[in-house]
Design a protein around this ligand. Structure first.
Ligand SMILES: Nc1ncnc2c1ncn2[C@@H]1O[C@H](COP(=O)(O)OP(=O)(O)OP(=O)(O)O)[C@@H](O)[C@H]1O
Ligand SMILES: O=C(O)[C@@H](O)C(=O)CO
Length: 425
């Protein structure tokens, strides 16, 4: 197998699983690595590689440094196209990190222009006239306006990105996308000639992604959600073979299951509501227990006492008013404390035999994989669109641990319950 043709750098772990799942679905063998790979880390056999970082909300200079290190690693292995994968809801703040990381990748590869394409119609994320919609709702009126780390209060992506980069931001409007690949390329050439560096792409249907991927196929750097990467996979790379029908749970290791939720998205809260009625549940509540050490100890005791009683659920997730109360009680580090706590609980659970872990939330997933020391996984079938099982390598060809890293906004209401189906107590 030659060098992979596509190297994705995802700004969080669930973004990494989402993009890897999309590429796998169109028949591209894809490897998923967590964290900046070590310089001598070998590249698994694959046609696309995803390096999932935890850079969405770190200081911009750190996000840039990690992304450039990942890009260098890919470049050293001859990967020709770099894809910067960020959230389909463009999760970022005015300080970054989408603008600074994209600019750094463009500089490093000597590229003039890139596409900015978060749209993912299969998840209800579309962009029209540069304005982002979640379903029928403008981004700024969706639950994303309450995100604890990256509240999205402006739906105009040209304007949002314009605050994150000193370079001009333009638009590839839907009328041009619908006119086809040649028209889109001509529009991009015109923008490049005028010094535009970032081009937000209007997309309302999957076919628009195919046009965007074909128009941008020769750009060394592309950016967006999982949708454009998947379209690049089918248009530019071409599928190797149809993906076999998954025997999802048959391939998972036997052992007890645990759900760890840090996401406060509307989808996760609904999934937790359903799972709470089925599984013994413990809530990490910073208002009741503002001392981080005590919060961890109480949860660890609960976990160890309940192991063996079927799948367990531990969540910090709470609606916006309770998050505010949590921060008032525990202080500005609340989100980081909760991530760390969930990571440590994952470590304890695995040490005590848990073999199937569902994590809700990208930042939370980053904390959990770091606590478990997971660096490389095999991407298996999807439990829901964009939510694949990830298997760590064990001995004798058997997976050691199954992880389902769920993007906050993804999954049907019964996802957590289904994911634990067949897990042994
Ligand atoms: N009760 C709470 N109060 C304040 N912050 C919380 C609370 N519960 C969770 N958090 C924090 O909210 C953040 C949620 O981010 P995370 O990325 O895990 O979820 P998400 O943004 O919904 O998922 P994704 O990035 O996949 O869309 C985490 O840092 C988590 O620790
Ligand atoms: O694009 C998305 O919505 C997800 O892959 C994601 O990035 C979640 O953090």
């Amino acid at each position: 197998m030659t060098a992979p043709q596509l190297g994705c750098i995802a700004d969080d772990h669930t973004g990494g699983t989402d993009v890897a799942a999309g590429l796998r679905r169109v028949g591209i063998p894809t490897a998923l690595l967590f964290g900046v790979p070590d310089p001598d880390q070998p590249l698994p056999r694959c046609r696309a590689v995803v390096v999932a970082l935890k850079t969405r909300t770190v200081p911009p200079a750190d996000a840039v440094a990690q992304s450039l290190a990942a890009q260098r690693w890919l470049d050293d292995r001859g990967v020709p196209t770099t894809y910067f994968k960020y959230c389909s809801t463009f999760d970022s703040t005015d300080a970054g990190n989408i603008g600074p990381v994209t600019d750094a990748l463009l500089d490093a590869t000597g590229s003039g222009l890139t596409l900015v394409c978060p749209a993912s119609p299969e998840h209800g994320r579309t962009v029209y006239q540069g304005h982002h919609f979640v379903g029928a709702t403008l981004l700024s009126e969706s639950p994303m306006r309450h995100h604890p780390l990256t509240p999205m209060t402006d739906p105009d992506l040209v304007r949002v990105l314009g605050r994150q980069t000193p370079h001009p931001v333009g638009l590839l409007p839907l009328t041009v996308v619908r006119a086809g690949v040649a028209a889109a390329r001509e529009h991009l050439d015109g923008m490049a000639a005028r010094g535009v560096r970032h081009v937000v792409v209007d997309v309302t249907e999957d076919d628009d992604l195919l046009v965007a991927a074909a128009a941008g196929r020769d750009l060394p750097v592309l950016t967006g959600g999982a949708g454009l990467a998947r379209a690049f996979g089918s248009v530019v790379l071409g599928a190797d073979a149809p993906v076999p029908a998954p025997d999802l749970h048959g391939s998972l290791p036997a052992g007890p299951g645990l759900v760890l939720a840090g996401s406060c998205s509307a989808a996760t809260l609904e999934q937790i509501d359903l799972a709470r009625g089925r599984f013994p549940t413990h809530r990490l509540d910073p208002v009741a227990t503002p001392d981080p050490q005590q919060l961890l100890e109480t949860a660890t005791t609960w976990l160890t006492e309940h192991l063996g009683r079927g799948p367990l659920l531990i969540h910090a997730s709470a609606p916006a008013d309770e998050q505010r109360a949590a921060v008032a009680a525990m202080g500005p580090d609340t989100a980081a404390v909760l991530e760390r706590t969930l990571g440590r609980l994952a470590r304890t659970a695995v040490d005590r035999g848990v073999r199937r872990i569902v994590v809700a939330g990208g930042e939370t997933s980053g904390a959990v994989t770091a606590a478990l020391g997971v660096r490389t996984v095999l991407v298996a079938g999807e439990e829901d669109v964009g939510v694949p099982w990830c298997l760590t390598e064990g001995t004798d060809g058997e997976p050691a641990l199954a992880l389902l890293l769920k993007s906050g906004n993804f999954g049907r209401p019964d996802l957590l319950v289904r994911a634990m189906d067949g897990a042994t107590p």
